[in-house]
Design a protein around this ligand. Structure first.
Ligand code: M1P
Length: 260
């Protein structure tokens, strides 16, 4: 009986790294060595753009892993080759994009937070990233805003307002990281990247924001994946070990059945 071909697909922030931090060398070593030993392919899927993925996983990320998907897979590399991408602007159009931008800027201008930093809106290839506090936060400021947001639900309220204002644009508003909201066309969530994965028996997805409204929700729930919800990078390692243990038991059981 041939070995089941699996792909392990990992979210980045909160799954392989602390939010917006670099991957720990032990984590990277564990991933690469385990995948080689156990013969599975690794995929990375992030809501962030490719520049941020490189900052966190290394400039050579594309040569380290078979699949690297930034912006939910709108920017995709398979075996180091970049695939064609689509732009949110072609789907949304300039008028709707401007309405969205104006609404967000107005909404943010009426918010009083403990502090604000610059870059409130970032237009990427496949999404618009909106941050009420501003993307120019230091790490300490991010953590501070994240705590404030937990208490005051700034982003949740913002998402409700966006859904109310733009019910017909076919957009999804997802809370991905610590300080921002990702806005993208319906269906351009992380399940988008699955179309780029070669035929295999199972895709195991590991992510931390798997609850409704989180940016791992759709791919975690998808029938095309086996979802693993994790709390942090250490938990990801534990989940991989459990998965491999179950695989080993199944292999042994199948082997024993064949010998009968
Ligand atoms: O974790 C993925 C998210 O990472 C960043 O989120 P934040 O800056 O809010 O922590 C962003 O790049 C976001 O788009 C992405 O989904």
């Amino acid at each position: 009986m041939s070995e089941e071909k699996i792909v392990c697909l990992f979210d980045v922030d909160g799954t392989l790294t602390k939010p917006r931090q670099k991957i720990e060398p032990q984590m990277e070593q564990f991933l690469l060595e385990t995948a080689k030993r156990e013969k599975f392919d690794i995929g990375i899927v992030s809501g962030s753009d490719i520049a941020k993925v490189k900052e966190q996983l290394g400039d050579d990320v594309i040569s380290k892993y078979k699949y690297v998907f930034a912006e939910n897979g709108l920017i995709a590399y398979v075996d180091e080759k970049q695939l064609p991408s689509e732009s949110i602007l072609t789907v949304l159009g300039d008028d709707a994009h401007q309405e969205l931008t104006n609404f967000c800027l107005k909404y943010i201008s009426e918010l009083t937070l403990p502090f604000k930093r610059g870059t409130f809106i970032e237009l990427r290839t496949g999404m618009v990233n909106v941050s009420p506090v501003g993307r120019n936060c230091t790490t300490a400021e991010r953590d501070q805003f994240a705590e404030y947001d937990k208490e005051h639900h700034i982003r949740e309220k913002f998402v409700q307002a966006l859904k109310k204002e733009f019910p017909d644009l076919g957009l999804t508003f997802a809370i991905g990281g610590q300080i921002s909201i990702d806005v993208f066309p319906n269906g351009w969530d992380k399940t988008y990247c699955l179309r780029h994965i070669d035929e295999c028996d199972k895709i195991h997805f590991f992510g931390d924001r798997c609850y409704e409204g989180g940016n791992d929700y759709q791919i975690y729930q998808s029938d095309l994946t086996v979802g693993h919800r994790v709390n942090d990078p250490a938990d990801t390692i534990d989940e991989i070990k459990v998965l491999l243990e179950v695989r080993k038991e199944m292999r042994n059981r199948d082997g024993a059945l064949q010998c009968r």
